[in-house]
Every structure is written in structure tokens, then in C-alpha cells.
Design a binder for this molecule. Structure first.
Ligand SMILES: Cc1ncc(COP(=O)(O)O)c(C=O)c1O
Length: 381
């Protein structure tokens, strides 16, 4: 019998552990050299000019929106098919989240649906690269330019993914900023962690301040300079710093990002081959010109044809040691939002009726993959 195969899982190597141990034995556990090293590596990977590493992806979204200094009461648009954080970051900053429906094929925000809800209050778009598949950033950046909107890419799922022009997600060619999450189920992990990339020096400087209480010691920025103890709090900021242990883990994990991507893509190839012709399943699509790092493999089940509910299927697979998860309950259906938001997103609603993520992580063995495939193909009809 296989041991339990969760839907996602980190891969910590001996080298990762050595790197964290090295930092634990050093002089700095936080605010030492490792954070800048990790940030520089993220710039090298993505091609962005600047990077600010933070405590988690939610913190990254929070201060990315804060750095834009958008008037309270303005609206921002995101996808309903995401984690609550993509919308919560707007609420933290006094903005009103709106939801544009998804494309039923890609499950990413549909640029035409963005256009249909843009109005004079709209100031921001937060597209989400769902499951690792880049959103249609060319079209989204065009809409943003036409309507004078900021764009923050939520790439919590998409480190290592490539856009249609084959450049890497996070280069901010199409956006003002991009955020990443390094939670253990994500493609690389720092335990908890996140980062923001940008090509704007102004935004970079603001993000650095917001990460650390809004405080600066930079003599060029101080209004007076009475001595070496002196600092000023010039903005209302937060303690969203990443530790040096986490940053060292992140740098070490990054050395294996391309191997992780390769293995993820190997697994999804086998899944898609096995499931392509099954009449009650729809496999995820990847347009030819992009290259997804596949954070998730989401199957659409036709539960009506199967004659089983999603709970029955999840419980059956769980009993066969196959973990599954739903990504996502549409954010605008969560009670906090449904009480306040009336946007209609029928494609997202029908996607939610059918979606189920099956196990995908680079450490899965071929026999784990075979076991998942067999368990699904043998589902009792
Ligand atoms: C799309 C998306 N955005 C943001 C986040 C928030 O990231 P974190 O968990 O690191 O705060 C997540 C986390 O699951 C996510 O999936």
C-alpha cells in the first residue's frame, strides 16, 4: 500500500538544511546579509531590477498595494479564482475589491471581463497566475495603460513560469510589481515567506520602508542627522521582514527551481496522457507559447456523469491514500465578500462546481504518480 500522497509538499534537501544551519551558527539570524543575497538571486531569475523579500505572500500583497498610495474608496479588480489574500490586500488599504470573471479554458482572469467592470473608480488590477499559468499580461497591460491603472501580478503560484514571450514571470515588463509566496506548498519554500519584484526605484524605496515600520536610518533620507543612533519613522509601516535563516533556505531552494519545474512538467505530462480521453474529466490547458511551472494540477470532474459528489470522490481517494484539494472556492462566494460584493462570475462558479487538485510535487515518485492515475481511472461509477 502506498503511503499517503498529499496534494502538495515541499522538498527540503540536506544542502538546504546545511545552509540554514550555517546561518544559525553565524552572527545574524535576521537583518544580516542573506536577505539581500536572496533578493539579488530573485532579480537574476526574473530579470527585474529590484526585489524586496518579506514575511509571506500576503504581506507582499499588502505593502505592494500600500506602496501605490491609491486613494481610499477606489476600486481594484482581481480574479475570483484565487486565495482570499489577492482581494484582502485591497481591503487592508481601504480599496474596494471587484471580481472579473475567468476564462473557462485557462481559469485565469479574462481581460474582456476586466474591461466590462472598469469604471472611473478603478485604479488597480491584480491578475493571478493561477496554478502557475501566466495570465494574459499583454492584454491586461494594454487595458491598464488605456485606463491609467496600476498592475500588481499575483505570482504566488508562478515562480519559474514563463510568459508567451518566454521571459520569466516577475520581470515586471507588464506590471508595476509582482509578488511571490514561499509557503511550503508553493514551488520553492522558505517556511513562510514572500517577495515583491519591481523595476521602479521609487516603489522599491517605499517597499523597503513599509517592510520595516516605515523607519529609515539612511542619512540621505533623514530630515536631520544628529548622530549615529538616529532614525526616523516617516511612514506607517509594518514588521514584515524575512529572517536570514529563511532567506538562506530560499537561496538554496532556488538552485533547484529548474529541476523542480522539470519534474513537475514530467508528472503533468503523464497525468494529461492518462486523463485526456476520459469523458468525465477535463485536463488543464497550457497555451503553446507559455511555459507554466505548474504549481497545481487541477482536473475538472463532471460529477453528474460520474454519479458521485465531490465529497464522495475526495473521501474515496483519501481512503486510497490520494490527497486532493479544491482550488478555489471563488473569493466572491466567501461570506465576507458575498455580503459586500455583487459581481457576477458564472464561469468561475461553474469551474468551482467541477475543480479538484490532485497530487503534484517534484518529490513524487513514478509509482506515486501511477498510483494516483490508477486510483482516478478506477473510480467507481
Ligand atoms: C494566489 C495566492 N496569492 C497570495 C497568497 C498568499 O501567500 P502566503 O500564504 O505566503 O501569505 C496565496 C497563498 O496561498 C495564494 O495562493
Amino acid at each position: 500500500m502506498e503511503s499517503f500522497i498529499p496534494y502538495g509538499k515541499q522538498w527540503i534537501s540536506d544542502d538546504d538544511i546545511k545552509e540554514v544551519e550555517r546561518v544559525l551558527r553565524s552572527d545574524f539570524l535576521t537583518q544580516g546579509p542573506e536577505v539581500k543575497i536572496f533578493e539579488d538571486k530573485l532579480c537574476t531569475l526574473t530579470g527585474a531590477k529590484y526585489c524586496v523579500a518579506v514575511a509571506n505572500g500576503t504581506a507582499a500583497l499588502h505593502i505592494a498595494v500600500a506602496a501605490l498610495k491609491i486613494d481610499m474608496g477606489s476600486e481594484g479588480i482581481t480574479s475570483p479564482n484565487t486565495f482570499a489574500a489577492s482581494a484582502n490586500c485591497m481591503l487592508y488599504n481601504g480599496l474596494i475589491p471587484r471580481f472579473a470573471d475567468i476564462n473557462p479554458q485557462t481559469h485565469n482572469i479574462d481581460p474582456e471581463q476586466i474591461t466590462s467592470i472598469v469604471n472611473e473608480k478603478t485604479k488597480l488590477i491584480i491578475p493571478v497566475h493561477f496554478a502557475g499559468l501566466p495570465a494574459e499580461m499583454g492584454k491586461i497591460s494594454k487595458i491598464a495603460k488605456q485606463h491609467d491603472l496600476y498592475v500588481i501580478e499575483d505570482a504566488a503560484h508562478a515562480i519559474g513560469s514563463q510568459y508567451a514571450d518566454r521571459t520569466y514571470v516577475g520581470n515586471c515588463i507588464y506590471s508595476d510589481m509582482t509578488i511571490f509566496s514561499f509557503h511550503p506548498v508553493k514551488t520553492i519554500t522558505t517556511g513562510e515567506g514572500g517577495a515583491i519584484t519591481t523595476n521602479s526605484e521609487v516603489l522599491y524605496e517605499r517597499l523597503l520602508m513599509l517592510r520595516s515600520h516605515g523607519i529609515t536610518k539612511d542619512t540621505d533620507k533623514l530630515s536631520i542627522n544628529p548622530g549615529p543612533w538616529y532614525y526616523e519613522m516617516q511612514e506607517l509601516g509594518y514588521n514584515y521582514r524575512l529572517t536570514d535563516m529563511q532567506a538562506a533556505l530560499g537561496s538554496s531552494q532556488l538552485t533547484r527551481l529548474h529541476d523542480f519545474k522539470h519534474r513537475r512538467r514530467e508528472i503533468i505530462k503523464r497525468y494529461s496522457k492518462a486523463f485526456r480521453e476520459v469523458p468525465w474529466l477535463t485536463i488543464p490547458m497550457e497555451p503553446e507559447d507559455v511555459s507554466s511551472c505548474f504549481h497545481l494540477y487541477v482536473l475538472r470532474f463532471n460529477f453528474l456523469t460520474l454519479g458521485k459528489t465531490r465529497s464522495e470522490i475526495m473521501n474515496h481517494l483519501f481512503d486510497h491514500n490520494v490527497g486532493t484539494q479544491v482550488h478555489y472556492i471563488p473569493v466572491n462566494q466567501l461570506p465576507y465578500f458575498s455580503k459586500r460584493n455583487k459581481d457576477k462570475t458564472p464561469n468561475s462558479d461553474s469551474y468551482y462546481e467541477q475543480c479538484l487538485s490532485i497530487p503534484l510535487y517534484p518529490r513524487m515518485s513514478d509509482s506515486d504518480v501511477d498510483h494516483v492515475i490508477e486510483s482516478i481511472l478506477k473510480l467507481p461509477l
